[in-house]
Design a protein around this ligand. Sequence first.
Ligand code: SAM
Length: 257
Amino acid sequence: MRYIIQSYIRFFYRSTNKHGVHSPFVYKFVTKCLNDKTNYSEYKQMQEYRLNLYRDKNEITVKDFGAGSRVFKNNTRRISKIARVAGMTSKRQKLLYRITKYLNCQNILELGTSLGLGTLSMALASKGKVTTVEGCPETLKTAQNYFQHFNIQNVWTINENFTSFLSELPASEKYDLIYIDGNHSGTSTLHYFELLLNHIHNDTLIIFDDIYWSKEMTNAWKEIIKNPKVRVSIDTFQWGFVFFRNEQQKEHFTIRV
Ligand SMILES: C[S@@+](CC[C@H](N)C(=O)[O-])C[C@H]1O[C@@H](n2cnc3c(N)ncnc32)[C@H](O)[C@@H]1O
């Protein structure tokens, strides 16, 4: 926790808002997407889905695949509690919705479904397909029930660990948007990034969650943005954005969202 607070203070002093951004591509992304204040009608459905989860008193047994939980002490967990503790916040969910819509993403990959809050926002913003990967069978089953209940038909769920899923992925599979929200270990994050480089195109965006979760995660993020294939990287503290646009000069931004 101390590391996160100290990192935030450092982030705050070196970050800027839209006024400090000189790249037209990034300026447009910030002003027309990240800062877009439109109250999209889909936000209502996202809120309803979330409230249903918050009211769900059922318990499931969770298989922990990631770097572990800082909150839960055992593996039998109430769905409402998982949604509150591990689920994406409403602010982030709306942001992910806007990013998916703004970039017109059609083929999307999410690593870490949990109860499907992020999956839902991308599915509602896209006319294409969202593939979401989750290692824990009971968690994924719960998300599948919710997708069905909310009649979400463009989500493909996969119950596998991230490494085996990515290792078996055909090279022809290219994604417009990749959202990585699970297993916050620096080494694994770097490994996923390496594997994912086979599945990007010029306009792909990869979003890394929790880049300041630990020193190790921040170091992994620093390695990732050094990669020559990465042209534009944006640190927004909670999320790190990586673009591969060949037409851009290599440039890094630190922006408050
Ligand atoms: C923080 S939660 C994801 C939150 C979700 N994206 C949302 O929008 O609310 C991370 C999820 O990733 C899963 N996970 C972590 N490491 C994994 C791995 N190596 N393979 C498969 N699933 C993993 C966990 O079981 C957990 O459900």
